[in-house]
Design a protein around this ligand. Structure first.
Ligand SMILES: Cc1cc2nc3c(=O)[nH]c(=O)nc-3n(C[C@H](O)[C@H](O)[C@H](O)COP(=O)(O)O)c2cc1C
Length: 204
């Protein structure tokens, strides 16, 4: 066997192994949900979450995971609503800065001078400069160890007209940054098209 085929096996139960660092270094690139919420008193909150994906198409459901019961989760529990704004390259520093541990009740958007505007169907506002947003009502929260996996039923999707081509979001217009392992970020990707085979005969 050539040395290049050797692999290291990590046992996640080994105290010297950091499964979080390994998983976040492997599950890449991760899109970033910039999640806005309001608390019971209507005070806003904004925080990035890269543990984020589509959970279902019918009904349309997205999910993000909070590692701990942070302000975002508390607010969703209290009000049942959240909005995901999308992070474009030009918003990189605003996204990153909004992850700082602001006091409970402090609105990151207000503190950092990030403009927000009313959403269509829910109380949390979207980020004005963000090219797209997904508005959600809480579907359920599933606790997994220390994590709170928040599922949201999509109530509206907004996309800047200039980010649409033939009525659909275009990646070269959205130019999303992504989260990689450690402190690394991914630049907007270079996209290409490839038709998906429908039947086994198409590939055999
Ligand atoms: C790009 C990026 C992605 C992040 N993704 C997550 C995540 O998926 N889950 C999480 O719990 N924290 C994540 N964080 C950290 C949170 O944003 C941070 O803990 C924040 O203070 C939480 O805000 P909150 O207390 O207002 O909810 C991320 C930070 C950055 C910069």
């Amino acid at each position: 066997m050539s040395p290049t085929t050797r692999r290291t096996v990590f046992d996640p139960t080994d105290p010297d192994v950091n499964p979080y660092r390994l998983l976040t270094g492997l599950v890449v690139p991760r899109p970033i949900a910039w999640v806005s919420t309001v608390d019971a008193e209507g005070r806003g909150n904004l925080a990035p979450h890269s543990f984020f994906t589509v959970a279902s198409g019918r009904p349309p459901v997205v999910l993000f995971s909070s590692l701990g019961r942070k302000d975002t989760v508390r607010n969703v529990e209290a009000t049942g609503e959240f909005v995901v704004s999308f992070s474009s390259e030009s918003l990189l520093h605003e996204v990153n800065n909004s992850s700082a541990a602001f006091e409970h009740g402090d609105d990151e958007a207000e503190q950092l001078g990030i403009a927000t505007e009313p959403s269509e169907t829910v109380a949390p506002q979207r980020v004005t400069q963000s090219p797209a947003s997904i508005e959600c009502r809480l579907e359920r929260i599933v606790e997994v160890g220390h994590a709170f996996v928040v599922f949201g039923l999509v109530t509206a999707i907004t996309v800047l007209d200039e980010a649409l081509v033939d009525g659909l979001p275009a990646i070269d217009r959205l130019r999303p940054v992504s989260r990689l392992g450690g402190n690394e970020w991914g630049r907007p990707v270079e996209a290409f098209s490839l038709e998906r085979p429908q039947r086994p005969e198409d590939v055999l």
